[in-house]
Design a protein around this ligand. Structure first.
Ligand code: KIV
Length: 277
């Protein structure tokens, strides 16, 4: 079972941490079997599973429902649940309560939340309740409307400074790891060397201490979504489409099902039914 202490150990030894997202039991089983260190129940759930435009529509109840499914499928990997929009913006009490529910009812081992200076009080309070917290800086999807789109962050000196200050403050507040999303790779590498905690990059280059991707993106489930930071390891959309078309063709032609897909009947049953009805 992977624990927060293994994250620190990986950083010390220079072992890259591998994280992917999952929102259901079968995917969690696959990631776990493949030796992924941490499974993030990301609020990307909103887009890749629930069909919303962004993550702001995802609720705590949605996160609890999917976290429970993922936890049932993960034996070794550490399950981390995203705190959804508005679950940690309304004060420390609400933040601890939401994080506590994700652990107590969802069964995850840690939570992740987005933001820098503005979330420090929540990070400290959640941690004080005994819950490990992962930070998330750079492009933070819950602020998509503020950023005006899916954009790299930290490219100018002032914006890079803000990321560095926030990262140091989050480390000081006790986060055990930090996601860096769409941060220029030289800045992400420099910051990863400067921090004691591991950084987990997404679109932030190879110098981070670990990597994360949305599983549906790296498996090619959405043919029209081709962001620069994703490598597609499979064309799941194409494979599934072909399989479903084959099924439809076989049902139409009568090639499926055959006798081998059904069950035998005891001798004499049909004859008895004929007489009775
Ligand atoms: O919600 C999510 O999937 C995430 C990752 C992309 C880091 O936050």
């Amino acid at each position: 079972m992977v624990r927060v202490t293994d994250f620190a150990e990986a950083k010390r030894r220079g072992r890259k941490l591998k994280m992917l997202t999952a929102y259901d039991y079968p995917t969690a089983r696959i990631l776990d079997a493949a030796g992924i260190d941490a499974i993030l129940v990301g609020d990307s759930l909103g887009m890749v599973v629930l069909g919303y435009e962004d993550t702001t529509r995802v609720t705590l109840e949605d996160m609890l429902h999917h976290t429970r499914a993922v936890v049932r499928g993960a034996r070794r990997a550490m399950v981390i649940a995203d705190m959804p929009f508005l679950s940690y913006h309304l004060g420390v009490y609400e933040s601890v309560r939401a994080a506590g529910r994700l652990v107590q009812e969802g069964g995850c081992k840690a939570v992740k939340l987005e933001g820098g200076m503005e979330v420090l009080r929540s990070v400290r309070a959640i941690r004080a309740a005994g819950i490990p917290v992962m930070g998330h800086l750079g492009y933070t999807p819950q602020s998509v409307h503020l950023f005006g789109g899916h954009r790299a962050q930290g490219r100018t000196l002032e914006s890079a400074r803000q990321i560095v200050r926030s990262a140091l403050a989050l480390q000081e507040a006790g986060v055990f790891a930090l996601v860096l999303e769409l941060v220029p790779h030289r800045l992400a590498t420099w910051l990863s060397q400067r921090l004691d905690i591991p950084t987990i990059g997404i679109g932030s280059g190879p110098g981070c201490d670990g990597q994360v991707l949305v599983t549906q993106d790296m498996l090619g489930l959405f043919p029209d979504f081709n962001p620069r930071h994703v490598r597609k390891y499979q064309d799941l959309h194409g494979l599934c489409l072909e399989a479903v078309r084959n099924y439809a063709r076989d049902v139409e032609s009568g090639a499926f099902p055959t006798a081998e897909h059904s069950f035998s009947l005891d001798e004499g049953v049909l004859e008895a039914l004929e007489k009775e009805f």
